[in-house]
Design a protein around this ligand. Structure first.
Ligand code: ARG
Length: 471
């Protein structure tokens, strides 16, 4: 018989039982449910609703079930709908009718809200460690190969040279924001719904503060109706997870291109690559592709829960049961993606020569040359035009900017029709200065601002990140 069956004359239709059952999913809440129940028993005992002996016997029974859950020996009865009813029935089978006092002043509505918050808190803490591990892997790679130079791009076209360390630390910044968003969501979710009852508040003088403290919450929820209806924390977490996955997906996208032999910037280790069933030559970056692909499902989890919530009136609605699968799946996907990328980054080989060679294409020091002309007194717009002319000349001659001859450079300066440019054209050492500015290392060094790619800045940023993240 169902634990709620008092008013019913007929048993539940098998189709509805199958349709509404959630034990396959919410069994993951078992330990949180038991921990919440133990705190509730303490609350009931403190309120005089249980004798000390009854309280102790209930707690002992619940602790016993925690042991069974941890050992994986507790079996779930699908006929019992969900984790809450399963555990209550299991308690009754272990300690007898006293178990019938456990649900005093409590509903599955405040119970499930409590369980899910406890679960979410643990999930955030575990994810924080996983994000940190990936950040350390990025910093480790930056320490090893961060001084490798590659063409930074905009519009996927060669733009300006940057250090690999600079590129990797951009992802550290993104992941740090992800940690911050999760920590922020954790702060807001850390309140205790217990004592809210079904919707109106428990009908007994429970010390909700003490129960909250026992469960490590910052305090009790302020409104019982909100407490049983609120799934903002699920949405906040999913939003943070979706954005975190988007960050991983962007890195994954870069790694797939970089491992293409046309780029040849990186080689994934055999242990983080897969082969083709037909083409013996293939070595595929599947982990990166799967991270990119699964980002779609995590975004879907976020939009799914938002859509589930949008039409719900206050109070518990059964729709809310649909919050768990997307949250659990998204947390699992993010954790696994972080793990696999951490492993991939720890075993990747950087081809510094290929990266460096790619900086020969696309005249990527043109901006540095224009900046040098500005330092020689030209207005930036004029400098931009002059260097544009030099790029065209270099392209026509099939050489780099650093190989342009004095005559070509003087001609481009004179063609600008600007007095400062004309003056500069007359300076004998001007072409040499310009060629020196076209050097990749000079271009890198010139970006010497906070957050810039100059080697001194990047070295300091890597050291600062290591200091912050440890490991
Ligand atoms: N399995 C339900 C859920 O996950 C638990 C709460 C059920 N409450 C109820 N009144 N039916 O949301």
């Amino acid at each position: 018989m169902e634990l709620w069956g008092g008013r019913f004359r007929e048993g539940i239709d098998r189709r509805l039982a199958d349709f509404s059952r959630s034990i396959e999913i919410d069994a993951a809440l078992a330990d949180d449910d038991l921990v919440g129940s133990i705190a509730h028993v303490h609350g009931l005992a403190a309120a005089g609703l249980l004798t000390p002996d009854e309280g102790a016997a209930l707690v002992a029974g619940l602790e016993g079930l925690r042991g069974e859950v941890a050992a994986g020996t507790l079996s779930w009865d699908p006929a019992l709908e969900d984790v809450h009813l399963n555990l209550e029935a299991a308690l009754a089978s272990r300690i007898g009718p006293l178990a019938g006092r456990l649900h005093t002043g409590r509903s599955r509505n405040d119970q499930v809200a409590t369980d899910l918050r406890l679960w979410a808190r643990r999930a955030v803490d575990a994810l924080d460690g996983a994000i940190l591990a990936m950040e350390r892997a990025l910093v480790g790679l930056a320490e090893r190969d961060g001084d490798a130079v590659l063409p930074g791009t905009t519009h996927i076209q060669p733009a300006q040279p940057i250090l690999l360390g600079h590129h990797l630390l951009a992802y550290v910044e993104m992941l740090e924001r992800d940690r911050g968003r999760l920590a922020d969501a954790r702060r807001r979710l850390n309140v205790s719904p217990l004592g809210s009852g079904a919707l109106a508040g428990a009908g007994f003088p429970l010390d909700r503060e003490a129960i909250a403290v026992e469960l490590g919450f910052d305090g009790p929820s302020a409104n019982s109706l909100d407490a049983v209806s609120d799934r903002d924390f699920v949405v906040e977490l999913l939003a943070a997870l979706a954005l975190g996955m988007v960050h991983l997906s962007r890195l994954a996208e870069e790694l797939t291109w970089w491992s293409n032999p046309r780029f040849g910037f990186v080689r994934l280790s055999d242990s983080f690559s897969t082969g083709s069933s037909m083409m013996p030559n293939k070595k595929n970056p599947d982990p990166a592709e799967l991270v990119r692909g699964r980002t779609g499902s995590v975004i879907g989890s976020l939009t799914g829960v938002l859509a589930m919530l949008k039409g719900l009136p206050l109070g518990y609605q059964r729709d809310l049961q649909e919050d768990k699968a997307p949250l659990f799946e998204a947390v699992g996907t993010f954790a696994a993606s972080l793990d696999v990328l951490t492993g991939l980054l720890g075993t990747i080989t950087i081809d510094r020569e290929r990266m460096r060679a790619a900086t020969d294409e696309g005249y990527i020091t043109a901006t540095a040359v224009a900046d040098a002309l500005v330092r020689s007194g030209l207005p930036f717009r004029v400098a931009h035009r002059v260097v544009g002319g030099l790029v065209a000349a270099a392209e026509a001659a099939g050489v780099g900017l650093a190989a342009l001859d004095d005559t070509t450079i003087a001609a481009a300066l004179n063609a600008a029709g600007d007095p400062a440019a004309t003056r500069l054209a007359a300076e004998p050492e001007a072409p040499g200065r310009l060629r020196a500015a076209a050097d990749v290392d000079a271009a890198l060094a010139s970006c010497d601002v906070i957050g810039g790619t100059a080697p001194v800045r990047v070295t300091a940023a890597i050291a600062a990140a290591r200091g912050r993240l440890g490991g």
